[in-house]
Design a protein around this ligand. Structure first.
Ligand code: FAD
Length: 364
């Protein structure tokens, strides 16, 4: 009976825990400082929109490719999970195209003829005659928007149904997780600590940094459309997107992508700019009545767990226990959540010469 401890109860840890618990024979414990229901700047997942806008370049697209079918299935057949279908509209500005598409949010999303045209349903390029001034080209496809508080709680419920144990704890060192398996020997620890990996003993990943995302959540309906643009004129670290969460979760207006900024407090000047921009891009949001007609539920800030060199998915032997790292998903933690499970043959070992990992890793 493999005994597994998952550190972290964000979307990465909970998805791993669920997939592991679905495999007969595994015993799974989730240990975390923050759990669904908490709002804290050290806990990114509840702040996300979240939707699926494929961001990776084609060479790194496997995580998003593997995740989409499951999110699509949940939206179509599991209403209580809190996902619904929406139309994503990706607007490529002429000036961003000419400057080489250095969009703050991502590169892959705004590429003309993107790799995801064969993944996302109903993909189409929009006729140039329908585009607003300043927009070079645009595409639309069917995507989903996730009510993240509902979805995280649903993941907890699915885990609990399969016997997963939840335990609150603040770990100073990853090695402590190996002693939290209900008094039995722990075979594998999954490290899904998100941004916490930068200061967690035994990991201390200096490549981790925050990408600060400020948002405004409003009561206005986006009408089933999720527009996002390749850039804006308010600076390289400000972006424009709109998405309406399922099940009355409100409409999320974004945002920012401020690398290295740890500030967890909403800046009202930035909030004003966010609201002004989204109303310009999507005037239907207020029925053409302008920014004053936005009905604010709350302001918020989340810190995306970004990492120089990209996500860390690999196994490492620490203090006699195998640790599988799964952190550093930046702005794609939901849309890559299922795809980040990898078969052992594909998992690199961070310290060469160690034993290969066996069965428990299969579903990570
Ligand atoms: P977290 O959610 O931060 O979870 C980390 C967990 O580890 C927590 O439970 C924490 O308590 C625990 N932990 C850490 N250290 C310790 C410790 N020492 N001891 C005990 N517990 C510890 N992604 C998308 O896919 N689509 C989107 O549209 C999208 N939009 C976003 C918009 C915004 C504004 C933001 C901020 C993010 C967005 N993201 C989006 C990104 C997504 O939110 C993240 O990639 C994802 O939430 C990361 O999840 P995680 O589980 O790795 O980390």
């Amino acid at each position: 009976m493999p005994n597994i401890v998952v550190l972290g109860a964000g979307v990465s840890g909970l998805t791993c825990a669920l997939l592991l618990a679905k495999q007969p024979g595994n015993t799974v414990t989730v240990v975390a400082k923050h759990m669904p229901g908490d709002y804290d700047v050290e806990y990114t997942s509840p702040w996300a929109g979240a939707n699926v806008l494929p961001m990776a370049l084609e060479k790194d697209s496997r995580w998003e490719r593997r995740t989409w079918p499951e999110l699509q299935r949940l939206a179509a057949t599991v209403p209580e999970a809190g996902l619904h279908f929406q139309t994503a509209r990706v607007l490529r500005r002429t000036k961003d195209i000419h400057s080489g598409l250095r969009a703050a949010l991502s590169d892959g999303l705004f590429q003309p003829s993107p790799w995801y045209s064969d993944l996302m349903p109903d993909f189409k390029e929009l006729p140039p005659s329908t585009l607003p001034a300043g927009i070079h080209s645009a595409c639309e496809f069917t995507s989903v928007c996730i009510n993240t508080p509902v979805y995280l709680s649903w993941l907890v419920g699915e885990c609990a149904k399969r016997g997963v144990v939840f335990q609150r704890a603040v770990l100073g060192h990853i090695g402590e997780a190996a002693g939290m398996g209900g008094g039995k020997r722990v075979d594998v620890v999954v490290n899904a600590a998100g941004l916490g990996a930068h200061k967690l003993g035994g990991v201390m990943d200096g490549k981790m940094y925050p990408a600060r995302g400020q948002i405004v959540v409003v009561r206005n309906s986006a009408g089933g459309v999720m527009p996002t643009t390749s850039g804006c004129d308010d600076g390289e670290d400000e972006v424009v997107y709109v998405m309406e969460r399922a099940l009355g979760g409100g409409t999320v207006l974004g945002g920012t992508y401020m690398k290295g900024n740890w500030d967890g407090v909403s800046d009202m000047e930035i909030a004003k700019r966010i609201m002004q921009r989204v109303v310009e891009v999507h005037p239907e949001l207020t029925g053409g009545k302008g920014v004053e007609a936005l009905d604010v539920i709350r302001h918020g800030v989340g810190l995306r767990p970004a990492r120089e060199g990209g996500v860390r998915i690999e196994k490492e032997r620490i203090g006699g226990t195998w640790v599988v790292h799964n952190y550093g998903h930046a702005g794609w933690g939901y849309q890559g959540s299922y795809g980040c499970r990898q078969p052992p043959s594909e998992l690199p070992i961070s310290r060469p010469g160690q034993l290969p990992v066996t069965a428990p890793i299969n579903t990570i």
